[in-house]
Ligand binder design. Sequence first.
Ligand code: SF4
Ligand code: SF4
Ligand code: FES
Length: 267
Amino acid sequence: MPETAATESAEQRAPKIATGDRAILPEGARTIPIYVMGKKYDVPETLTIMKAMEFAGFKFIRGAGCRGGICGACPTVYRKAGDYKLHFGLACQTVVEPNMYLTQIPFYPANRTSYDIEEIEPTAESIHALYPELFRCVACNNCTKACPMDVEVLDYISALKQGDIEEAARLSFDCIQCGLCASRCMGELPQYHIAQLARRLYGKYVAPRAEHLRKRVEDIESGKYDNILKQLLEMDKAELERRYGEREREPDLAPPGEWKPKEIQYL
Ligand code: SF4
Ligand code: SF4
Ligand code: FES
C-alpha cells in the first residue's frame, strides 16, 4: 500500500537535519571540504568536528566520551589553509571550517607520579618532590595557547613553582585533562597531573569544610535513608521510571538557595 501523509510516522514527517553519522542532508545543504589526517572529505558545514568525522565514515572507539566538552577525550589539532598558526579544540565542540586540516590526539603520554594523598602534606615541598620537572618550565606559554578551555596554564605552573596551592587549584579549576598542554611543552611537564595534585591537596587539606556536607554524611551514617533506599532497591524498573519521571526538580533558573521541594522529609 503506498504511504500517504496519514500513514507516515511523526519521525518520517519531521524535517531532516544533519546529525552525525545518521545525517540525511536537507535539500540544498551546503557541504565544505575538510582534511582528516591528510584525506579530503566533504561534510555539512554545520557539524562539529566529531560529527563531521562520523559523517565521513569514522567510528569513534577511543577519543570520544561525553560529547559535551567535559571529559577531555577528544583534543584536536588543526591548521587552516593559508594560516601558519596551529589551532586547538575539542572535536565535540568545535564546528568545522572550510579547508581545515586536522587530526585528533586522543591520548598524549605524560608522566604521572603515584602518591597516597593521606600521606602527603599540603606544602610546596610535597609538590616539588613529586614533580621536580616543574622547574624545567621555560615560560614559553605554549601550554596556555594550546588549551581548549582557556585555562591560564603557565600561570598555574608559576603558582605551583611558588608553592601557592590555592591559586594553582583556582586557576586550573576548568582543566578537563585533555593533555594538549603537555603535547606542546618544551620542558616536558605533565601540567595537568601536577594541577590535579594541587586541587586534591587543596580539597583535602586547605578548603574550608562544607557544613551541609558534614551534616548529610552524619544523616547517612545514622540510617536516616536506609528505609527509602531499601524500598527503591525493591521496586521494579517501571515503578522506578515512574518515580523518576515524577520527581520534583529544581527549576534551572532558580536563584541559589531559594528553592525548596514540597517533599522535605529527607532533607
Ligand atoms: S590545562 Fe592542559 S590538560 Fe587541562 S584543559 Fe588545558 S590543555 Fe587540557
Ligand atoms: S609549555 Fe611547558 S615550558 Fe612552556 S610555559 Fe608551559 S609549562 Fe612552561
Ligand atoms: S567527547 Fe568529552 S570533551 Fe569531547
